[in-house]
Design a protein around this ligand. Structure first.
Ligand SMILES: NC(=O)c1ccc[n+]([C@@H]2O[C@H](COP(=O)([O-])OP(=O)(O)OC[C@H]3O[C@@H](n4cnc5c(N)ncnc54)[C@H](O)[C@@H]3O)[C@@H](O)[C@H]2O)c1
Length: 376
């Protein structure tokens, strides 16, 4: 591995998390980078000892065909930048969401297909140890048949957090205006949706509601900052309740409730988060689940880990590196194609549910995801 060139468009907050993550794959170099903000591009390149490319066209034209370009721009630019990458004959790995509407997402998916290129979408935590361990425990029926899943992505009352002081490693400010404008569901639902779709296959129906709970956030313009969704899978998996908010106290648990007990992970944003099995039992005439739980581990070497920065303890390079391996061995990448498109559709259905548009059947499909080889 490591023959494929990787380039980056968009060198803001998250680009630093990618660079720190790529440092854990020393054989993979970043060949070129570009950002429309020249000052930020210079700051990024100085910090990471990279050479700046001064236009998107120059970056795309300077790469050998079939390179991998990471689109780490703000969501409103995703669609156009993804298209430019594919039009130039390169594979695209897009930060989430792939596109802000399904018309654009479908067109990009079609373009990639017609061009024999791959279009993948973050997040890639589904390829990490916590998600793969949880999926294996579910496959092996550690908790028996899974009957119901509760997944929470509540971030705390973010508008009162000192977010103007949050900066990335090389000094990019956390883009609070963009985050409030785009909304926490589009920004975050994918973290657990990707795990669930990988495990149980495509979602058939979403019953959801979303609302703005805290008015007057910078640039939010009424964007929903809270959503709750019930998901039903096409292949008959358990129903899921998924919540997202920047209002309710921080809670990133996923709990898979089975006949024998509960599988749980407390942190969505840590590849090393423990997966636990809380056995159900009867103690003196009370029914309860073991409060601490038995830690489940794969007992194998999995993937390189990165240290925590801010709220994230995730290796952001897992997705691009899995994609490089797929390109070089001629198989489809796990996060590309139908998977990326379906993830986008389910996320948009929840974000845009509002107070009355709530029930939506899905039009896109994808397969369940093959586990990573070390989690078989
Ligand atoms: N901030 C986080 O913690 C975080 C974590 C995971 C994922 N993400 C995702 O990463 C993406 C970027 O977020 P961010 O926090 O880095 O935002 P950011 O605003 O800090 O960085 C985005 C960068 O892209 C540049 N840009 C915008 N449009 C461009 C274009 N057309 N061409 C070239 N450069 C362009 C901007 O100048 C900016 O420097 C978003 O999709 C977000 O959902 C962010």
């Amino acid at each position: 591995m490591g023959m494929t060139n990787i380039a980056i468009i968009g060198c803001g907050f998250v680009a630093d998390l990618y660079m720190r993550s790529f440092a854990s794959f020393p054989n993979q170099r970043i060949s070129s980078v570009f950002d429309t903000n020249g000052a930020r591009l210079d700051q990024f390149c100085t910090y990471w000892s990279l050479e700046a490319t001064r236009s998107q066209e120059a970056l795309l034209a300077g790469l050998p065909k079939g390179s991998l370009v990471l689109n780490l721009t703000n969501p409103k630019s995703h669609s156009a930048v993804n298209r430019a990458i594919l039009d130039a004959g390169h594979h695209a790995y897009s930060e989430k969401p792939l596109a802000l509407n399904m018309q654009d997402a479908l067109a990009l998916h079609g373009l990639a297909d017609d061009s024999g290129l791959h279009l993948a979408s973050a997040p890639c935590s589904v390829l990490g140890e916590a998600a793969q361990t949880l999926a294996k425990a579910a496959r092996e029926q550690t908790a028996g048949d899974i009957r119901l899943i509760y997944a929470e992505l509540d971030d705390g009352y973010i508008p009162q957090a000192p977010y103007k002081d949050w900066t990335s490693e090389s000094g990019a400010p956390w883009p609070f205006a963009d985050e409030f404008h785009v909304g926490c569901t589009l920004e975050h639902a994918g973290y657990y949706l990707s795990w669930l779709i990988a495990m149980f296959g495509p979602v058939q129906k979403v019953i959801a509601a979303s609302a703005e709970t805290i008015p007057n956030k910078p640039s939010a313009d009424g964007t929903a900052d809270f959503s709750v969704a019930t998901l039903f899978f096409e292949q008959g998996g358990p129903p899921v309740r998924l919540t997202c908010s920047i209002t309710a106290p921080h809670d990133h648990r996923i709990r898979m409730i089975g006949d024998k007990g509960v599988l749980s992970v407390k942190k969505a944003w840590s590849n090393s988060a423990p997966v636990r099995f809380h056995k159900r039992m009867i103690l003196r005439r009370r029914l309860l689940e073991h409060p601490i739980g038995r830690r489940i581990s794969l007992g194998k070497t999995t993937h390189p880990k990165v240290k925590r920065w801010g709220a994230a303890e995730m290796n952001f390079a897992l997705g691009p590196m899995e994609m490089v391996e797929a390109i070089e061995t001629g198989r489809p990448p796990r996060l590309a194609g139908d998977f990326a498109l379906h993830l986008n559709e389910v996320t948009l259905a929840i974000q845009n549910a509002g107070r009355s548009r709530g029930v939506q059947g899905m039009q896109t499909h994808c397969d369940r995801m093959e586990p990573m080889p070390w989690a078989m």
